[in-house]
Design a protein around this ligand. Structure first.
Ligand code: UDP
Length: 326
């Protein structure tokens, strides 16, 4: 297939574009490089463009005879979205709608969309199934939910085939060490811990130790970025016009912040000092996916363990202590 990948210079986008190419698909990356990294693109074909430019995107879809789209391009900081909702609404909603309309212009009717477990908000029950009510508590989560609704409506009215893949905690790095996680600023737990192990930070803050969990710290479902990539490729290969898939992508297993810290200590052989601080606003105690629908629909399940996630991330961070600058 000829696949246009938006946000292919970003974290999950670059790992998925790499796998698409390895599976024999023809990839065209479109990214405005607002958050993405030029070296993450590797040797894939690349056009620097913004999704808001509907005419240009429609032109690219036609010119490159694109069969399907993987849409990763979005801002993804929950905290920033609370302080700066305008840019999240503009980029994540207006940009995505512009892309969908460019696809209509060009007659491209299959899309895999990066959604998020943030669309569920504070879960009423765990593990979370896809039919769990979606009440996001951040503008970021809301922008993802709006696009899920748009996809459903476009599917109904225009025959669009779509997969909305709701990621849990994306983590880890490519096994060959060529690409990995590099956010600026970094807010995610595993890279922050590894920065302590590299001597770039003195300690890692633990956001809340009084949660109703066995060790008092938050539990999350960490999933390897290459497992996410595999699910994207399975979804795009399965999609047909008019098909609607809404799938959680997680391992079905939770790890607490304390457990993640302990495993990082073991793998890096660094003491990794921690400091208990207040809870972070909007953090539910436990988020774990019920990933059985993805197994049923895509014959997909996560392969990488928590240990493999941290080992791959550690290999990447050791080799690239300043991310893509190295
Ligand atoms: N967390 C933490 N200290 C940090 C960053 C994160 O204790 O410096 C916790 C956070 O409260 C959450 C988990 O680690 O329970 C994962 O957070 P992250 O920001 O990596 O991903 P999120 O769950 O927000 O998508």
């Amino acid at each position: 297939m000829r696949v246009l990948v938006t946000g292919g210079a970003g974290y999950v986008g670059s790992h998925s574009a790499k796998l698409l190419t390895e599976c024999g698909h023809d990839v065209l990356i479109v990214d405005n490089l607002a958050e993405g990294h030029r070296p993450a693109i590797g040797r894939a074909r690349f056009v620097e463009a913004d999704l808001i430019d509907r005419k240009r995107i429609a032109g690219l879809l036609t010119e490159h005879r694109i069969d399907a789209v993987m849409h990763f391009a979005a801002f993804a900081y929950v905290g920033v979205s609370v302080r700066e909702p305008a840019i999240y609404y503009q980029n994540n909603i207006v940009g995505s709608l512009s892309l969908l309309d460019a696809m209509r212009d060009a007659g491209v009717n299959r899309i895999v969309f990066s959604s998020s477990c943030a669309t569920y908000g504070i879960p009423e029950r765990v593990p979370i199934t896809e039919d769990h009510p979606q009440h996001p508590i951040s503008p970021y989560g809301f922008t993802k939910l709006v696009i899920e609704h748009a996809l459903a409506d476009y599917s109904h009215a225009y025959g669009l085939g779509y997969a909305a893949l709701r990621y849990f905690n994306a983590s880890g790095a490519a096994a060959d060490g060529t690409i990995g996680e590099d956010h600026d600023p970094e807010t995610h737990l595993i890279p922050l811990i590894l920065q302590v192990a590299l001597g770039q930070r003195e300690y890692v803050e633990v956001f809340g130790t009084d949660y109703p969990t066995p060790d008092g710290t938050c539990i999350r479902d960490y999933i390897h970025v290459d497992d996410l990539a595999t699910a994207h490729v399975a979804a795009i290969e399965k999609l047909q016009p008019g098909m609607a898939l809404k799938l959680n992508l997680g391992t079905g297993h939770g790890a607490s912040v304390q457990e993640v810290v302990d495993l990082c200590r073991e793998i890096t052989r660094h003491p990794i000092p921690t400091r208990a601080v207040a809870r972070r606003e909007g953090d539910p105690p436990k988020l774990v996916a019920d990933a059985s629908a993805a197994k049923r629909e895509l014959n997909w399940q996560a392969r990488y363990s928590m240990r493999e996630i941290i080992e791959s991330a550690w290999a990447w961070h050791k080799k690239h202590p300043r991310g893509y600058q190295d």
